[in-house]
Structures are given as C-alpha cells and as structure tokens.
Write a protein that binds this ligand. Sequence first.
Ligand SMILES: NC(=O)c1ccc[n+]([C@@H]2O[C@H](COP(=O)([O-])OP(=O)(O)OC[C@H]3O[C@@H](n4cnc5c(N)ncnc54)[C@H](OP(=O)(O)O)[C@@H]3O)[C@@H](O)[C@H]2O)c1
Length: 325
Amino acid sequence: MKAIVCRELGPPSVLRLEEVPEPVMGPGQARVRIKAAGINFPDILTVAGQYQHKPDLPFIAGFETAGEVIEVAADVDGLSPGQRVMMRVRPGGFAEQAVVDADTLLPTPERFNDITAAAFIVGYATAYHCLLDRGELQAGQWALIHGASGGVGLPAVELAKLHGAKVIATGGDDGKLAKVAEYGADHVINYRRGGFRERVKELTGGRGADVVYDPVGGDVFDESLRCIAWRGRLLVVGFASGRIPELPLNRALLKGCAVIGCRAGEFRRQQPEAGAAMQQTLLELANQGKLHPHVSHVLPLERAVEGLTLLQDRQVVGKAVLTVP
Ligand SMILES: NC(=O)c1ccc[n+]([C@@H]2O[C@H](COP(=O)([O-])OP(=O)(O)OC[C@H]3O[C@@H](n4cnc5c(N)ncnc54)[C@H](OP(=O)(O)O)[C@@H]3O)[C@@H](O)[C@H]2O)c1
C-alpha cells in the first residue's frame, strides 16, 4: 500500500511517499481503508522529533483518519465491512490502510463526509475536554480563545458558543478571523495590532476572562495572565508559538487564578470511561447537526508535505485534510 513515511526527523520535507507492506491484523482488530486523514500540529512536531510521542524510525506519519471497515477479526462483534468509521492510529494515518483495535473505532456521523469526519475528533475532543471538563466553562461566562482559527481553536469557539459562553477570539490574520466570527465569536481581536489585554478588559467591563484557552503559549500566555478574571482558569493547551512560557506565580496569586494543563489524549487513556462518555456526547452533537468541522485545504495523499507546510506557515483555517484515492 502507499503511505507517507518518515525515515529521518526534521521538517515536513523529510517525508516520502513509499510503497509499504499492508499492516497485519490480529485478534480484536479491524482493517480500515483510509479515505481521508486530517493534518494536525502534532504531526509536524512528531516528524521533527519534538512531540511527547516519539515513534521508532521509520514510521508512517499522521494519526487522525476516516474511512471504511474492510475486514474484521473473527472475535470482534458488532462491526462489519462497509461501516464508515473515524479512528486515531498513532502512528500510521497517512496511508491507504490501517489496522486498529476494533473498540477504538467511532461511527462516522451521517452528516459528515469522509473529509469532514477526518477533521473532527481531535479538534473537538481537545476543545471539549479543555473548556468544559478542565475549564468548567459556564453559560454567561467570558471565554478568551487564542489561536482561534486553528485546528483546536475553531472547535473551541463553536463549543463555547454552544454552551452559552461569551466568546472573545484572537488570531493574527483578519481573513482567518472572519471565519472565526462566522463560527459565532462575539468579538475577534487581531493580536498583531497591539495585543489583546486592554481590549479584553474593556469588553468584560474590567473583569477579565473567566476561562482562557491557550494553544499558542509564548507572549500570548504572558499577556493572558494580565487579563484573566479573579478565580479564572487559564488552560494550557499547546505552544504553537514555539515558546513554552514560564509562570510568574505572583500573577497567579494576585488573580486567584488556576493554571491548568490539559491533554485530551491522556485524558482518554487515564480515564477511559469519562473519555468514552465525552466522545459519545460529541457524536450526539454532531448527529444533531450542531458541530461543523471546517476544512480550508484538501490535498491528495501524495501532497502531504505541502499540507504540513501549509499548516506550519499558518495558511490553514480549521483543518487541512489529505484524501486517499
Ligand atoms: N492539549 C491537547 O490535548 C492538544 C491536542 C491537540 C493539539 N494541541 C496543541 O495545540 C496547539 C495548536 O494546535 P492546532 O492543531 O490548533 O494548530 P494550528 O491549526 O496550526 O493552529 C495554531 C494557531 O496558533 C496560532 N499561532 C500563533 N503563533 C504561531 C506560530 N508561531 N506558528 C504557528 N501558529 C501560530 C495560529 O493562528 P494565527 O496565525 O491567527 O496567529 C494558528 O492558527 C499545538 O501546540 C498542538 O500541539 C494540544
């Protein structure tokens, strides 16, 4: 089968399209024909050797996929060839096929095509776990969402609005922020034009944001500590800016705020029942037509390097997705 293989760590350009053996299926597993694969920021970090998961070389890049079951192990019940599924396969998503434990497959919502399905679970599960589980965001509260046009940012805007929060969203590009406004943000701020601290204070009547969702880090984190509300929750989601900030504890003390590390994948591993319940909630919301994964770029599998480079260059709004013919 065809796959995008990483044989050495480095920028996305180290990736190559190769012919590799089909994966072998074992008990409890299913073989899935991958039709689409979402590109995530962690894919760039993994290929660079900078992510917490460090697969042995060589490995097939990519992990978020959607497709169709083609074969099921004899001991698996309730799953049959032809069923449309979404799955995380780490590593191994940028390929024609993958083999996974059957109980990790999620049924693709009827309303989603394969491209939308491949852009769903990582972004929405991250946003849901962070904002609602760790951040305890309540209706009527102010949510400040950074990197709002990104893969985990846009779902956060949609989920925060769905739960009745007032949303201030930030980003570095007016064109991308126009899409964020379409997703329901009450206010958008371009942080390339003089930061966001004063504007957030103004919009919240001096109070500051109750929940700050930060997948960017660096200066964005530093400035967030200066416009968070008393007893606010600052959610550490990621460091897309490339700088892991340091926390001046006097600021946390002054604001009486909590700084909370959030990891959606680890949440599912550590608390499988709660993780499964969250996924079920997201599937129900998707089936009700309340969630709309946005895909700005669709490219064929062989153009994976271009897809990852578009993400790295901040050209993507929502997600970029690879299609597998
Ligand atoms: N905690 C978790 O469970 C979890 C799960 C998934 C991902 N993450 C992390 O969350 C972060 C964002 O992931 P994502 O998939 O949303 O990425 P993304 O789609 O690339 O979005 C990141 C956003 O950050 C902004 N940004 C600011 N400075 C940037 C820079 N120097 N380079 C790139 N982007 C920059 C960009 O918006 P502007 O161009 O508008 O500034 C961009 O839209 C990553 O660090 C990722 O590892 C965490």
